[in-house]
Ligand binder design. Structure first.
Ligand SMILES: Nc1ncnc2c1ncn2[C@@H]1O[C@H](COP(=O)(O)OP(=O)(O)OP(=O)(O)O)[C@@H](O)[C@H]1O
Length: 226
């Protein structure tokens, strides 16, 4: 199975692009979504967070949900707190994503899209050869963030500065998607990428290699027990 990494700056259009992949029947592992799922009340990670950070970060009037914005602001300025948060959440996020990946591997999916803003920062790109970066000019990125999230220009600039520069991401990407234009223009580009991925031999080659390795391993095991 081919894993296609999808990244880009804040509000450059990753979710809009991954929605097109989904509409075309291609499974997407969404790291942000998984990160939200593991902090839902009842999840073991939620229990650990509550014990580590205390009641003030949980809204008991609304079922005990995590006050994401409050915690986000606190860890933004406090490195120790950020380390503690990452130490609790990251292993759990990685485990959930691995489960999804294995599910798709065993159900014979040809390829999947792995949507994460930290594709290059975390170093997933060492394992994933096909990487896509969705980009747009900073002014457009700012406008989209301010409209969608209600951020001030200053807040939006701080969010952009906290991530790897889009210039650096663009240098590392195998495939670039230019989202400076309209949604229709974006759609045309994504559909072109899907066409290319569909005609790629890589997933078939990977399967042949896995099948051969599996065959060799099985015959070795049979030989061993005879
Ligand atoms: N081509 C476009 N024209 C107009 N608006 C767009 C376009 N592409 C995306 N948007 C809008 O810009 C905003 C950001 O897009 P989207 O949520 O897809 O970005 P993202 O990279 O997934 O964001 P985040 O970094 O927060 O995960 C959304 O409100 C989306 O509807």
């Amino acid at each position: 199975m081919l894993v296609v990494g999808l990244s880009g700056g804040v509000a450059t259009g990753k979710s809009t692009v991954s929605a097109v992949f989904r509409q075309n029947g291609i499974p997407v592992i969404d790291a942000d979504l998984v990160a939200r799922q593991v902090v839902q009340p009842g999840h073991p990670t939620y229990v650990k967070l509550r014990a580590a950070f205390g009641e003030e970060f949980f809204d008991d009037a609304s079922g005990g949900v995590l006050r994401r914005e409050k915690l986000g602001k606190a860890v933004f300025t406090d490195l120790e707190m950020r380390k503690k948060l990452n130490a609790i959440t990251h292993p759990s996020i990685r485990y959930e994503m691995l489960k999804q990946l294995l599910y798709h591997l065993f159900t014979g999916t040809r390829y999947i899209v792995f949507d994460t803003p930290l594709l290059f920062e975390v170093g997933y790109d060492k394992w994933i050869r096909t990487t896509i970066v969705v980009w747009c000019e900073e002014e457009i990125e700012l406008k989209r963030m301010m409209t969608r999230d209600g951020f001030s220009r200053e807040d939006a600039l701080t969010r952009i500065a906290a991530q790897m520069s889009i210039g650096e991401e663009k240098k590392r990407a195998k495939i670039l998607i230019d989202n400076n234009g309209t949604r229709d223009e974006l759609l045309i580009q994504v559909e072109e990428v899907i066409r290319k991925l569909n005609s790629s031999w890589s997933p078939i080659l990977v399967r042949v290699v896995i099948a051969v390795l599996f065959g060799l391993l099985s015959s070795w095991i049979i030989g061993f027990f005879r």
